[in-house]
Design a protein around this ligand. Structure first.
Ligand code: AKG
Ligand code: FE2
Length: 407
């Protein structure tokens, strides 16, 4: 392929500079562009602060273990070499995403090696953000998106693999997914190449505004009244960075900026993968891992140090799933911690408590769907044995709940 020159206007060049790694001012955020924080022990507080404030944090200087494994797995299932993956982001290689490739890429399968390297590299951040017991998604999704792409989907995995290359409308992870999980999980979005374009749009702070949509909205530029979702920030992927974001954070695929001009045919391709991490989740039919000994003791200690309901939410959920009592403080409107009250209701089959919790989570002022649509959907939640079986040894406190579930 012939290398192509890129002509960008001044504003795009400025953005490039702004996305450099800022270790001196780790929690900085400039205008509408997200800054990166180096993933190291001394920055853990700054990482947690940024996540609390924005609902999203970009990490740099990350150990390459998970990235290398994900790149190798992509090469194995698609035939794309590491060189081609890299060149595609600069528009130096067209990547034909065939129907067969899409089928393979729509569902990557988690392996024990990938899970181990993720826990090693992200474990300390994960326990701070979602607590000491973690489910790691069994499947993940590769995305291969051309800058010129115009197809927009308003659904996730659908079987035809269209979502591998199409742009996503605005959504949050909880209600966009078919399977019900928890608002307090997080996405770990992994760019596999540097990409000359705004890959993702995020709405920082929307993670504290409750449920705004029960499904999917159009893309930012196609949505009249996108200011209801909030101010938008753009992310330009850099290989080696990792983007962590909250399950309630509104986001969607970006598109070429109207001010970027390119020579004919210049069409970089971004390649990425997204993993998901959940706090202990009794409705998720998978095994959880305890990343700390005596997780319930750990949770009680940590709760004494925390005041933010956003970080307390996943800890309350774990206690609620284990049938343990919670001393409820007053919760702010739309707090994700209301989900733990939903779980308390679920455990004792109290639909009115479940419905009340959901009502507190739904933002009817700015949102797009009525409370009843969420309540009807979430009432179908059922506890599974598998997560409880998997923590049997580390959390003996949950034994009564496990025994109450049919074998
Ligand atoms: O890569 C994209 O365009 C969208 C990704 C996304 O929505 C996600 O990873 O949750
Ligand atoms: Fe998403």
């Amino acid at each position: 392929m012939r290398p192509r020159t890129v002509k960008v206007l001044q504003d795009a060049a400025i953005k490039d500079i702004l996305v450099h790694n800022s270790t001196d001012h780790p929690a900085l955020r400039a205008e509408d562009t997200l800054m990166a924080i180096a993933l190291k022990h001394t920055n853990l507080d700054a990482i947690v602060d940024a996540y609390q404030r924005d609902g999203i944090v970009v990490l740099s200087d990350v150990d390459p273990g998970p990235l290398d494994t994900l790149t190798q797995m992509l090469s194995d299932c698609s035939g794309l070499t590491a060189e081609r993956i890299e060149a595609a982001g600069r528009g130096h290689d067209d990547i034909e995403v065939t129907a067969e490739m899409r089928q393979n890429l729509a569902r990557g399968l988690m392996t024990p090696e990938l899970m181990a390297t993720c826990h090693e590299v992200f474990g300390d951040v994960l326990v701070r953000l979602i607590g000491p017991i973690v489910h790691t998604s069994q499947t993940f999704h590769y995305q291969i998106k051309k800058r010129s792409e115009s197809d927009v989907v308003r659904h996730g995995h659908s079987g035809d693999g269209r979502e591998v290359r199409a742009l996503y409308g605005i959504h949050n992870e909880l209600t966009a997914a078919r399977v019900l999980t928890t608002p307090s999980a997080l996405v770990c979005w992994v760019p596999l190449n540097d990409y000359e374009g705004d890959a993702l749009y995020f709405y920082p702070g929307s993670h504290r505004r409750g449920l705004l949509v029960n499904g999917w909205l159009p893309r930012h530029e196609d949505l009249e009244g996108s200011d209801r979702v909030g101010p938008v920030m753009k992310y330009r992927p850099k290989r080696g960075q990792i983007v962590l974001f909250h399950f309630l954070l509104m986001h969607g695929s970006g598109a070429p900026s109207a001010t970027d001009r390119y020579e004919d045919g210049y069409d970089p391709v971004r390649i990425s993968c997204d993993l998901r991490f959940f706090p202990f989740c009794g409705v998720l039919d998978s095994s959880a891992t305890s990343l700390r000994p005596d997780p319930i003791g750990w949770i009680h200690n940590r709760m004494g140090e925390l005041s933010d309901d956003l970080l307390l939410a996943p800890l309350y959920e774990t206690l609620a799933y284990c049938g343990l009592p919670i001393e409820w403080p007053h919760l702010p409107a739309y707090s994700p911690a209301f989900w733990a009250q939903f779980i308390e209701g679920l455990l004792v089959h109290d639909e009115s408590r479940m419905d009340a919790a959901v009502e507190n989570l739904v933002n009817t002022e700015a949102g797009f769907d009525p409370v009843t649509s969420y309540q009807e959907r979430f009432r179908a939640a059922r506890l599974c044995r598998q997560p409880y079986e998997s923590i049997r040894e580390s959390v003996p406190e949950a034994e009564p709940v496990l025994s109450s579930l049919a074998g």
